[in-house]
Write a protein that binds this ligand. Structure first.
Ligand code: 9MR
Length: 373
Protein backbone atom coordinates (compact mmCIF):
# COMPACT_ATOMS: atom_id res chain seq x y z
CA UNK A 1 0.00 0.00 0.00
CA UNK A 2 1.19 3.49 -0.79
CA UNK A 3 2.18 5.64 2.19
CA UNK A 4 0.88 9.16 1.74
CA UNK A 5 3.28 11.91 2.70
CA UNK A 6 1.65 14.58 4.86
CA UNK A 7 2.60 17.99 3.64
CA UNK A 8 1.26 21.06 5.48
CA UNK A 9 -1.02 22.85 3.10
CA UNK A 10 -0.29 26.54 2.99
CA UNK A 11 -2.93 27.33 0.44
CA UNK A 12 -5.99 28.91 2.05
CA UNK A 13 -7.94 28.64 -1.20
CA UNK A 14 -7.67 24.87 -1.05
CA UNK A 15 -9.35 24.87 2.36
CA UNK A 16 -12.12 27.10 1.11
CA UNK A 17 -12.77 24.68 -1.71
CA UNK A 18 -12.73 21.53 0.37
CA UNK A 19 -16.47 21.31 -0.25
CA UNK A 20 -16.04 20.52 -3.96
CA UNK A 21 -14.60 17.06 -3.34
CA UNK A 22 -17.48 15.12 -4.74
CA UNK A 23 -19.87 14.28 -1.90
CA UNK A 24 -23.34 13.60 -3.16
CA UNK A 25 -25.28 16.60 -4.40
CA UNK A 26 -22.21 18.79 -4.77
CA UNK A 27 -21.07 20.10 -8.12
CA UNK A 28 -18.06 18.06 -9.10
CA UNK A 29 -15.70 18.51 -12.00
CA UNK A 30 -17.37 15.77 -14.00
CA UNK A 31 -20.83 17.20 -13.41
CA UNK A 32 -19.73 20.70 -14.36
CA UNK A 33 -17.97 19.51 -17.53
CA UNK A 34 -20.65 17.01 -18.52
CA UNK A 35 -21.73 18.85 -21.66
CA UNK A 36 -18.23 20.04 -22.55
CA UNK A 37 -15.83 17.10 -22.72
CA UNK A 38 -14.87 14.01 -20.75
CA UNK A 39 -12.64 14.76 -17.78
CA UNK A 40 -10.38 11.80 -17.24
CA UNK A 41 -7.63 10.45 -15.08
CA UNK A 42 -4.93 7.81 -15.36
CA UNK A 43 -5.25 5.05 -12.77
CA UNK A 44 -2.56 2.74 -11.50
CA UNK A 45 -2.71 -0.82 -10.28
CA UNK A 46 -2.73 0.29 -6.61
CA UNK A 47 -6.03 2.02 -7.19
CA UNK A 48 -7.51 -1.05 -8.89
CA UNK A 49 -6.58 -3.46 -6.16
CA UNK A 50 -7.71 -1.52 -3.10
CA UNK A 51 -4.24 -0.35 -2.10
CA UNK A 52 -5.12 3.31 -2.51
CA UNK A 53 -8.71 3.88 -1.54
CA UNK A 54 -8.35 7.67 -1.34
CA UNK A 55 -7.45 8.09 -5.01
CA UNK A 56 -10.02 5.47 -5.98
CA UNK A 57 -12.76 7.47 -4.28
CA UNK A 58 -11.59 10.79 -5.72
CA UNK A 59 -11.42 9.25 -9.21
CA UNK A 60 -14.88 7.72 -8.89
CA UNK A 61 -16.51 10.93 -7.70
CA UNK A 62 -14.79 13.50 -9.88
CA UNK A 63 -13.84 11.96 -13.22
CA UNK A 64 -15.84 10.62 -16.17
CA UNK A 65 -13.07 8.83 -18.07
CA UNK A 66 -10.11 6.61 -17.22
CA UNK A 67 -6.94 5.37 -18.86
CA UNK A 68 -4.52 2.79 -17.41
CA UNK A 69 -1.23 4.35 -16.37
CA UNK A 70 0.80 1.19 -17.03
CA UNK A 71 -1.07 -2.12 -17.02
CA UNK A 72 -1.96 -2.20 -20.74
CA UNK A 73 1.52 -1.56 -22.04
CA UNK A 74 2.89 -4.42 -24.10
CA UNK A 75 5.60 -5.45 -21.59
CA UNK A 76 2.84 -6.16 -19.07
CA UNK A 77 0.20 -7.60 -21.40
CA UNK A 78 2.52 -9.90 -23.33
CA UNK A 79 5.74 -10.30 -21.31
CA UNK A 80 6.87 -13.22 -23.43
CA UNK A 81 5.72 -14.12 -26.90
CA UNK A 82 2.29 -15.71 -26.93
CA UNK A 83 1.76 -15.55 -23.19
CA UNK A 84 -0.67 -12.83 -22.24
CA UNK A 85 -1.36 -11.45 -18.78
CA UNK A 86 -4.73 -9.72 -18.64
CA UNK A 87 -5.56 -9.87 -14.91
CA UNK A 88 -4.86 -6.23 -14.11
CA UNK A 89 -6.25 -4.89 -17.37
CA UNK A 90 -9.43 -6.92 -16.79
CA UNK A 91 -9.81 -5.38 -13.32
CA UNK A 92 -9.23 -1.94 -14.74
CA UNK A 93 -11.95 -2.35 -17.38
CA UNK A 94 -14.38 -3.89 -14.87
CA UNK A 95 -13.83 -0.95 -12.49
CA UNK A 96 -14.41 1.52 -15.31
CA UNK A 97 -17.64 -0.15 -16.36
CA UNK A 98 -18.91 -0.42 -12.80
CA UNK A 99 -18.34 3.31 -12.40
CA UNK A 100 -19.73 4.46 -15.73
CA UNK A 101 -16.39 5.66 -17.13
CA UNK A 102 -15.39 6.24 -20.75
CA UNK A 103 -12.47 3.82 -21.01
CA UNK A 104 -9.42 4.45 -23.15
CA UNK A 105 -6.76 1.81 -23.75
CA UNK A 106 -3.12 2.88 -23.54
CA UNK A 107 -1.14 1.99 -25.58
CA UNK A 108 -0.83 -0.59 -28.36
CA UNK A 109 2.50 0.41 -29.94
CA UNK A 110 5.16 2.32 -28.00
CA UNK A 111 8.95 2.05 -28.16
CA UNK A 112 9.11 2.30 -24.36
CA UNK A 113 7.77 -0.39 -22.03
CA UNK A 114 7.76 -2.86 -24.94
CA UNK A 115 9.30 -6.27 -24.19
CA UNK A 116 12.65 -6.98 -25.87
CA UNK A 117 11.33 -10.05 -27.66
CA UNK A 118 8.90 -7.96 -29.70
CA UNK A 119 11.43 -6.58 -32.18
CA UNK A 120 14.59 -8.60 -31.56
CA UNK A 121 15.25 -12.28 -32.33
CA UNK A 122 17.17 -14.83 -30.24
CA UNK A 123 20.28 -13.87 -32.25
CA UNK A 124 20.06 -10.34 -30.86
CA UNK A 125 19.28 -8.91 -34.29
CA UNK A 126 16.18 -7.02 -35.39
CA UNK A 127 13.51 -9.38 -36.68
CA UNK A 128 12.40 -9.19 -40.31
CA UNK A 129 9.54 -6.88 -41.41
CA UNK A 130 7.38 -9.99 -41.93
CA UNK A 131 7.94 -11.25 -38.38
CA UNK A 132 7.33 -7.84 -36.82
CA UNK A 133 4.15 -7.46 -38.88
CA UNK A 134 2.95 -10.83 -37.60
CA UNK A 135 3.79 -9.90 -33.98
CA UNK A 136 1.98 -6.59 -34.25
CA UNK A 137 -0.99 -8.41 -35.73
CA UNK A 138 -1.20 -10.98 -32.96
CA UNK A 139 -0.65 -8.45 -30.15
CA UNK A 140 -3.08 -5.82 -31.40
CA UNK A 141 -5.73 -8.36 -32.39
CA UNK A 142 -5.60 -10.18 -29.05
CA UNK A 143 -5.69 -7.03 -26.95
CA UNK A 144 -8.26 -4.99 -28.88
CA UNK A 145 -10.64 -7.89 -29.45
CA UNK A 146 -10.55 -8.89 -25.77
CA UNK A 147 -12.09 -5.53 -24.85
CA UNK A 148 -14.20 -5.06 -27.99
CA UNK A 149 -17.14 -2.77 -27.29
CA UNK A 150 -15.89 -2.06 -23.75
CA UNK A 151 -12.76 -0.01 -24.35
CA UNK A 152 -14.10 2.91 -26.37
CA UNK A 153 -10.87 4.30 -27.75
CA UNK A 154 -7.22 3.25 -28.13
CA UNK A 155 -3.95 5.11 -28.11
CA UNK A 156 -2.79 3.08 -31.09
CA UNK A 157 0.67 4.56 -31.47
CA UNK A 158 2.47 6.57 -28.82
CA UNK A 159 5.40 8.99 -29.25
CA UNK A 160 6.70 8.10 -32.72
CA UNK A 161 7.75 11.60 -33.76
CA UNK A 162 10.49 13.76 -32.25
CA UNK A 163 10.27 17.42 -31.33
CA UNK A 164 11.88 18.59 -34.57
CA UNK A 165 9.45 16.55 -36.68
CA UNK A 166 11.88 13.77 -37.54
CA UNK A 167 10.88 10.21 -36.76
CA UNK A 168 12.03 8.46 -33.62
CA UNK A 169 14.45 5.72 -34.62
CA UNK A 170 12.62 3.08 -32.63
CA UNK A 171 12.86 -0.62 -33.43
CA UNK A 172 9.43 -0.37 -35.05
CA UNK A 173 10.73 2.39 -37.33
CA UNK A 174 14.05 0.65 -38.04
CA UNK A 175 12.26 -2.49 -39.19
CA UNK A 176 9.11 -1.21 -40.88
CA UNK A 177 9.80 2.48 -41.51
CA UNK A 178 6.80 4.82 -41.33
CA UNK A 179 4.54 1.93 -42.36
CA UNK A 180 4.29 0.62 -38.81
CA UNK A 181 1.77 3.35 -38.03
CA UNK A 182 -0.80 2.71 -40.78
CA UNK A 183 -0.40 -1.01 -40.10
CA UNK A 184 -1.17 -0.58 -36.39
CA UNK A 185 -4.23 1.57 -37.12
CA UNK A 186 -5.50 -0.93 -39.67
CA UNK A 187 -5.06 -3.88 -37.29
CA UNK A 188 -6.76 -2.07 -34.41
CA UNK A 189 -9.69 -1.14 -36.63
CA UNK A 190 -10.08 -4.71 -37.88
CA UNK A 191 -10.19 -5.98 -34.30
CA UNK A 192 -12.88 -3.50 -33.17
CA UNK A 193 -14.43 -1.46 -35.98
CA UNK A 194 -16.39 0.68 -33.49
CA UNK A 195 -13.43 1.72 -31.35
CA UNK A 196 -12.02 5.20 -31.70
CA UNK A 197 -8.35 5.30 -32.64
CA UNK A 198 -5.79 7.90 -31.60
CA UNK A 199 -2.20 9.01 -32.17
CA UNK A 200 -0.71 10.27 -28.88
CA UNK A 201 2.48 12.28 -28.25
CA UNK A 202 4.15 14.82 -25.95
CA UNK A 203 5.62 18.28 -26.61
CA UNK A 204 3.08 18.86 -29.34
CA UNK A 205 3.55 22.62 -29.14
CA UNK A 206 6.86 22.34 -31.05
CA UNK A 207 6.40 23.51 -34.59
CA UNK A 208 8.28 20.60 -36.19
CA UNK A 209 6.29 17.99 -34.31
CA UNK A 210 3.05 19.82 -35.02
CA UNK A 211 3.59 19.77 -38.82
CA UNK A 212 4.70 16.17 -38.92
CA UNK A 213 1.72 15.00 -36.84
CA UNK A 214 -0.57 16.92 -39.20
CA UNK A 215 1.10 15.16 -42.13
CA UNK A 216 0.65 11.80 -40.41
CA UNK A 217 -3.05 12.43 -39.77
CA UNK A 218 -3.59 13.48 -43.38
CA UNK A 219 -1.72 10.44 -44.70
CA UNK A 220 -3.82 8.05 -42.62
CA UNK A 221 -7.05 9.75 -43.69
CA UNK A 222 -6.02 9.82 -47.38
CA UNK A 223 -5.40 6.10 -47.18
CA UNK A 224 -8.90 5.57 -45.82
CA UNK A 225 -7.72 4.52 -42.36
CA UNK A 226 -9.64 5.42 -39.24
CA UNK A 227 -8.12 8.01 -36.93
CA UNK A 228 -10.50 9.85 -34.61
CA UNK A 229 -8.26 12.10 -32.57
CA UNK A 230 -4.79 13.30 -31.77
CA UNK A 231 -3.81 13.06 -28.12
CA UNK A 232 -1.77 16.03 -26.94
CA UNK A 233 -0.03 14.87 -23.79
CA UNK A 234 -0.01 17.76 -21.37
CA UNK A 235 3.19 17.25 -19.38
CA UNK A 236 3.73 20.95 -18.92
CA UNK A 237 5.70 23.27 -16.68
CA UNK A 238 5.38 26.82 -15.40
CA UNK A 239 7.41 28.23 -18.30
CA UNK A 240 6.85 25.67 -21.03
CA UNK A 241 5.07 25.52 -23.43
CA UNK A 242 3.83 28.92 -24.52
CA UNK A 243 0.08 28.57 -24.39
CA UNK A 244 -0.22 30.25 -27.82
CA UNK A 245 1.95 27.53 -29.37
CA UNK A 246 -0.11 24.84 -27.68
CA UNK A 247 -3.25 26.46 -29.10
CA UNK A 248 -1.72 26.58 -32.59
CA UNK A 249 -1.17 22.81 -32.46
CA UNK A 250 -4.66 22.15 -31.11
CA UNK A 251 -6.11 24.14 -34.02
CA UNK A 252 -3.80 22.53 -36.59
CA UNK A 253 -4.86 19.01 -35.54
CA UNK A 254 -8.54 19.95 -35.61
CA UNK A 255 -8.03 21.52 -39.03
CA UNK A 256 -6.54 18.22 -40.23
CA UNK A 257 -9.94 16.66 -39.59
CA UNK A 258 -9.72 14.98 -36.17
CA UNK A 259 -10.77 15.69 -32.60
CA UNK A 260 -8.18 16.73 -30.06
CA UNK A 261 -7.73 15.21 -26.63
CA UNK A 262 -5.49 16.49 -23.86
CA UNK A 263 -4.35 13.10 -22.73
CA UNK A 264 -1.77 13.29 -19.96
CA UNK A 265 -2.13 16.59 -18.18
CA UNK A 266 0.10 17.48 -15.24
CA UNK A 267 1.72 20.80 -14.39
CA UNK A 268 4.98 20.62 -12.48
CA UNK A 269 6.07 23.48 -10.19
CA UNK A 270 9.57 22.09 -9.77
CA UNK A 271 12.75 23.38 -11.41
CA UNK A 272 14.31 21.20 -14.08
CA UNK A 273 17.68 21.26 -15.87
CA UNK A 274 15.69 20.64 -19.08
CA UNK A 275 12.29 22.26 -18.60
CA UNK A 276 10.97 21.58 -22.09
CA UNK A 277 11.74 17.84 -22.17
CA UNK A 278 8.03 17.00 -22.40
CA UNK A 279 7.96 13.37 -21.28
CA UNK A 280 11.22 12.17 -22.81
CA UNK A 281 11.87 9.36 -20.33
CA UNK A 282 15.58 9.36 -21.13
CA UNK A 283 15.97 12.94 -19.80
CA UNK A 284 16.78 12.13 -16.17
CA UNK A 285 19.02 13.90 -13.66
CA UNK A 286 20.49 13.18 -10.25
CA UNK A 287 18.75 14.32 -7.09
CA UNK A 288 19.90 17.60 -5.60
CA UNK A 289 18.33 19.17 -2.51
CA UNK A 290 18.22 22.56 -4.23
CA UNK A 291 16.00 21.14 -6.95
CA UNK A 292 13.43 19.91 -4.41
CA UNK A 293 12.36 23.26 -2.94
CA UNK A 294 8.81 22.48 -1.77
CA UNK A 295 9.29 19.27 0.19
CA UNK A 296 7.76 20.86 3.30
CA UNK A 297 4.82 22.48 1.51
CA UNK A 298 3.95 24.81 -1.32
CA UNK A 299 4.14 28.55 -0.56
CA UNK A 300 0.92 30.47 -1.29
CA UNK A 301 2.57 32.54 -4.02
CA UNK A 302 3.71 29.43 -5.92
CA UNK A 303 0.33 27.74 -5.46
CA UNK A 304 -1.38 30.86 -6.82
CA UNK A 305 0.90 30.92 -9.88
CA UNK A 306 0.20 27.20 -10.44
CA UNK A 307 -3.56 27.81 -10.16
CA UNK A 308 -3.35 30.66 -12.65
CA UNK A 309 -1.50 28.62 -15.24
CA UNK A 310 -3.69 25.54 -14.90
CA UNK A 311 -6.78 27.78 -15.13
CA UNK A 312 -5.37 29.36 -18.31
CA UNK A 313 -5.05 25.93 -19.90
CA UNK A 314 -8.58 24.95 -18.88
CA UNK A 315 -9.85 28.25 -20.31
CA UNK A 316 -8.18 27.27 -23.58
CA UNK A 317 -9.79 23.80 -23.54
CA UNK A 318 -13.21 25.32 -22.85
CA UNK A 319 -12.72 27.93 -25.57
CA UNK A 320 -12.19 25.05 -28.01
CA UNK A 321 -14.72 22.65 -26.52
CA UNK A 322 -16.12 21.98 -30.03
CA UNK A 323 -12.73 20.45 -30.92
CA UNK A 324 -11.72 18.89 -27.60
CA UNK A 325 -13.36 15.57 -26.74
CA UNK A 326 -11.49 14.72 -23.54
CA UNK A 327 -9.08 16.21 -21.01
CA UNK A 328 -7.28 13.57 -18.94
CA UNK A 329 -5.05 14.20 -15.93
CA UNK A 330 -2.06 11.88 -15.58
CA UNK A 331 -3.01 10.76 -12.08
CA UNK A 332 -5.58 11.59 -9.41
CA UNK A 333 -3.88 13.11 -6.34
CA UNK A 334 -0.47 14.80 -6.15
CA UNK A 335 1.08 11.77 -4.49
CA UNK A 336 0.16 9.61 -7.50
CA UNK A 337 2.05 11.65 -10.03
CA UNK A 338 5.05 10.27 -11.92
CA UNK A 339 6.29 13.87 -11.74
CA UNK A 340 7.51 13.22 -8.18
CA UNK A 341 10.14 10.95 -9.74
CA UNK A 342 10.81 12.45 -13.16
CA UNK A 343 13.09 13.96 -14.38
CA UNK A 344 14.62 13.75 -10.90
CA UNK A 345 13.69 10.95 -8.49
CA UNK A 346 12.43 11.47 -4.94
CA UNK A 347 11.03 15.00 -5.11
CA UNK A 348 7.74 16.44 -3.92
CA UNK A 349 5.65 17.90 -6.74
CA UNK A 350 2.14 19.34 -6.91
CA UNK A 351 1.17 18.55 -10.48
CA UNK A 352 -2.45 17.38 -10.34
CA UNK A 353 -5.93 18.73 -9.53
CA UNK A 354 -6.28 17.03 -6.12
CA UNK A 355 -3.85 17.40 -3.22
CA UNK A 356 -2.32 14.68 -1.07
CA UNK A 357 -5.39 14.59 1.14
CA UNK A 358 -7.66 14.15 -1.89
CA UNK A 359 -8.99 17.68 -1.66
CA UNK A 360 -9.70 19.62 -4.84
CA UNK A 361 -7.31 22.47 -5.42
CA UNK A 362 -8.45 26.05 -5.92
CA UNK A 363 -8.38 25.63 -9.68
CA UNK A 364 -11.13 22.99 -9.53
CA UNK A 365 -13.47 25.55 -7.97
CA UNK A 366 -12.40 28.11 -10.56
CA UNK A 367 -13.17 25.75 -13.44
CA UNK A 368 -16.57 24.88 -11.99
CA UNK A 369 -17.35 28.53 -11.34
CA UNK A 370 -16.31 29.63 -14.82
CA UNK A 371 -18.71 27.10 -16.36
CA UNK A 372 -21.56 28.21 -14.07
CA UNK A 373 -20.97 31.80 -15.16
O1 9MR B 1 3.28 7.28 -15.62
C1 9MR B 1 3.99 6.21 -16.21
C2 9MR B 1 5.08 5.76 -15.27
O2 9MR B 1 4.51 5.15 -14.13
C3 9MR B 1 6.01 4.79 -15.98
O3 9MR B 1 7.11 4.49 -15.14
C4 9MR B 1 6.51 5.43 -17.27
C5 9MR B 1 7.44 4.52 -18.03
O4 9MR B 1 7.96 5.15 -19.15
O5 9MR B 1 5.40 5.74 -18.09
C6 9MR B 1 4.59 6.71 -17.52
O6 9MR B 1 3.55 7.08 -18.39
C7 9MR B 1 3.96 7.63 -19.63
C8 9MR B 1 2.88 7.34 -20.64
O7 9MR B 1 2.60 5.98 -20.67
C9 9MR B 1 3.25 7.85 -22.02
N1 9MR B 1 3.59 9.24 -21.99
C10 9MR B 1 4.55 9.66 -20.99
C11 9MR B 1 4.11 9.17 -19.61
C12 9MR B 1 5.08 9.64 -18.56
O8 9MR B 1 6.34 9.05 -18.78
Amino acid sequence: MKTRKFIPCLCAATLLLAGCGGRSGEVTLKKALKDKFYIGTALSVAQLTGGDTLSERVARENFSAIVPENCMKSMFLQPSEGSFFFDEADKFVAWGEANGMWITGHCLVWHSQAPDWFCVGSDGQNVSPEILTQRLRSHITAVVSRYKGRIKGWDVVNEAILDDGSWRKSKFYEILGEEFIPLAFQLAHEADPDAELYYNDYSMAFEGKRSEVVRLVKTLRERGLRIDAVGMQGHIGMSYPAIEEFEKSLLAFAEAGVKVMITELDLTVLPSPQPNAGAAVEATFEYQQALNPYAAGLPDSVAAAWTGRMADFFRLFLKHQDKVSRVTLWGVCDDDSWRNDWPIPGRVDYALLFDRQGKPKAVVGEIIQSIKN
